[in-house]
Design a protein around this ligand. Sequence first.
Ligand SMILES: [Zn+2]
Length: 62
Amino acid sequence: MNQNKKTEVKVCPECNSTDIKEKGNLIVAGNIYRCNNCGHTGVLFPVMAWEDAKKLKVKTSE
Ligand SMILES: [Zn+2]
């Protein structure tokens, strides 16, 4: 039994969205992530358990 479930997700510190895309190609800083919801870009996206992240209220800018 090897369940390889996705148990952790990155969460945007600005809007709590879990719709995070890894940009990754920058030589300087290593992995860079971008939030697809609010456009926040950075390296410091907290990782949360998927179960907890689901409960967060995602802020929408509109
Ligand atoms: Zn965001």
